[in-house]
Ligand binder design. Structure first.
Ligand SMILES: [Fe+2]
Ligand SMILES: [Fe+2]
Length: 170
């Protein structure tokens, strides 16, 4: 049985994962309108993944005798002024998510809820991947700058990314 405190903290993470899904979805739509097909399909796939992260938490909370709260859909506020600012925000968001997962792990240990601690390890490992992917993208964007030819090549390059992500046994 989940404690009230842990249930609240896990429900907070449900919202964060839902928000993440919206952020990736907003980026997908933006990239699609700009003609960047590769970036768009990568972002659509990431958005689906984030929704799956949210569902996994909802099911866990309910399975442990808690009650999952379904959060409202929030409009992402993203600065689209350049690729660099856009992808910087994405990277910072993933770092924020990792911190939030760490806080959850901390609470689960304080409460000696080892089932939740064990459940959260999947998210700990997932965040290593997510941060590393976001960092790789940001590094590439920093190399390219605003060079149109470079962005065109990057758009082709990123088409390989979603397949690698999908292979990770989710
Ligand atoms: Fe996530
Ligand atoms: Fe993520």
């Amino acid at each position: 049985m989940l404690s009230k405190e842990l249930q609240t903290a896990l429900n907070n993470q449900v919202k964060i994962e839902g928000d993440s899904s919206q952020i990736y979805l907003a980026m997908a739509g933006w990239a699609e309108c700009q003609g960047f097909e590769g970036i768009a399909s990568f972002m659509y796939a990431q958005s689906d993944e984030e929704r799956m992260h949210m569902l996994k938490l909802i099911k866990y909370i309910n399975q442990r005798g808690g009650e999952a709260t379904i959060p409202a859909v929030e409009k992402p506020s993203l600065d689209h002024s350049s690729f660099k600012t856009l992808f910087s925000q994405l990277f910072e968001h993933e770092v924020f998510v990792s911190k939030s997962i760490n806080d959850l792990v901390h609470i689960s240990l304080q409460e000696r809820d080892y089932a939740t601690h064990n459940f959260l390890q999947w998210y700990v490992a997932e965040q290593i991947e997510e941060e590393s992917t976001a960092r790789t993208i940001l590094d590439k964007i920093n190399l390219i700058g605003d060079d149109k030819g470079g962005l065109y090549l990057f758009d082709n390059d990123i088409k390989k990314f979603p397949l690698q992500q999908a292979d990770q046994g989710i």
